[in-house]
Design a protein around this ligand. Structure first.
Ligand code: FA5
Length: 343
């Protein structure tokens, strides 16, 4: 080992000792400047090389660069250690560990029914429809009478009703159709409106029947409205909802407040041969509709000689099931977070 090497070793040992003794970032920076800085010790070693005899220059350059590498590694290691120490002392001083990930914040999300309702409201608003609301505790008059369903009408049996106790005949609305006459009372024809909301029926539940579910009523009142207009509007509606053509079929349907009335069914997306959702029929009842009965227009103060209209009652809950592939309507209002967190 030459004197040269001994000098280098002594220098390296001193530098490493200083780096190892640096107890804070400032001391470490000072050592770094002193040994590796522009006018530091290693720089002056390198600066001396040109004055050495040519035969020694290679070895001297190699030795200086090797020291530089060792010192840099020692500085990096010390800097990392100091940082860990700082965190550790913060942790002890603060009483918590700032390096731990923050606790998860459970953000609320929109219920799938709300999501689909808002989407449909946007779709209808873009086509010039009013978005209306109606009471869930409804007068018997709007739920039945005004819709051409008098007290003794058999159609009342098909919608098993929750009646409210009290002097006034109030019901939990069995459908969103009461908003039809309320809309006629409020808006001047011609108009278009939709009314989404919750409805209630006292019936036994299964995969496609809930006692509390959602519908969206639609009503268009204008001059000379025909079944052609109705079918055209229903096709636009379904293409907007599904973003593509869905196989549908129209069957005659009876509702006292429309004439003629239809049932529009959509092909079941869950099966090919029948399942519990479609009750083994491969079709899901989705969209009853029809031309507004003259008696209903009259109840709403609209002259049926002058005006006509169509109405539909979209099964919103069933639509949400179709959209998200939900195989049981009872999940929707179960309040089960394991179900809701999926949306
Ligand atoms: C009605 O409620 C009529 N008011 C619809 C209407 C409006 C017809 C305007 C004509 C003109 P219906 O009882 O069939 O009709 O119910 C409408 C839709 O609600 C059904 O197609 C179905 O999709 C949905 N639905 C009915 N009962 C339930 C239930 N228990 N659970 C979930 N969805 C249901």
């Amino acid at each position: 080992m030459s004197t040269h090497d001994l000098n280098h070793e002594a220098l390296a040992a001193e530098a490493l000792a200083r780096i190892g003794a640096a107890n804070n970032a400032e001391a470490l920076h000072a050592a770094e400047r002193e040994f590796l800085g522009k006018s530091g010790v290693v720089a002056s070693l390198l600066a001396q090389i040109p004055s050495l005899p040519p035969a020694d220059r290679g070895a001297a350059g190699k030795a200086a660069n090797q020291i530089k590498g060792r010192l840099q590694a020692a500085i990096d290691e010390r800097a990392a250690w100091l940082e860990t120490q700082a965190i550790e002392s913060d942790r002890q001083g603060l009483g918590f560990d700032p390096t731990l990930p923050p606790p998860r914040i459970d953000m609320g999300g929109l219920h799938p029914i709300t999501q689909v309702t808002r989407e449909l409201e946007d779709l209808f608003a873009s086509m010039g429809y009013h978005i209306l609301d109606g009471p869930e505790v409804e007068r018997d008059y709007y739920n039945f009478e005004a819709l051409n369903i008098p007290a003794d009408h058999p159609a009342r049996d098909s919608q098993d009703t929750f009646y409210c106790k009290g002097d006034h005949p109030l019901v939990l609305r069995t459908h969103t159709s009461p908003v039809q006459v309320r809309a006629m009372e409020r808006l001047k024809p011609p108009f278009r409106a939709v009314a989404p909301g919750k409805v209630f029926r006292q019936e036994s539940t299964d995969a496609s029947h809930e006692h509390t579910f959602h519908q969206m009523e639609g009503l268009v009142v204008a001059k000379d409205v025909s079944v052609g207009h109705l079918i055209g509007a229903m096709k636009t509606l379904l293409a907007g909802i599904f973003g593509k053509q869905v196989e549908v079929r129209l069957r005659p349907g009876y509702f006292p407040f429309v004439e003629p009335g239809f049932e529009l069914d959509a092909r079941c997306p869950f099966c090919q041969t029948g399942c519990s959702v479609c009750k083994r029929s491969t079709w899901i009842e989705l969209l009853p509709c029809g031309l507004v009965h003259p008696a209903v227009l009259r109840a709403g103060g609209i002259d049926p000689e002058e005006w006509s209209g169509f109405a539909f009652g979209l099964g919103l809950s069933r639509l949400v099931m179709l959209r998200y592939g939900i195989d049981d309507v009872r999940h929707l209002l179960s309040g089960d977070l394991r179900f809701l967190e999926q949306f």
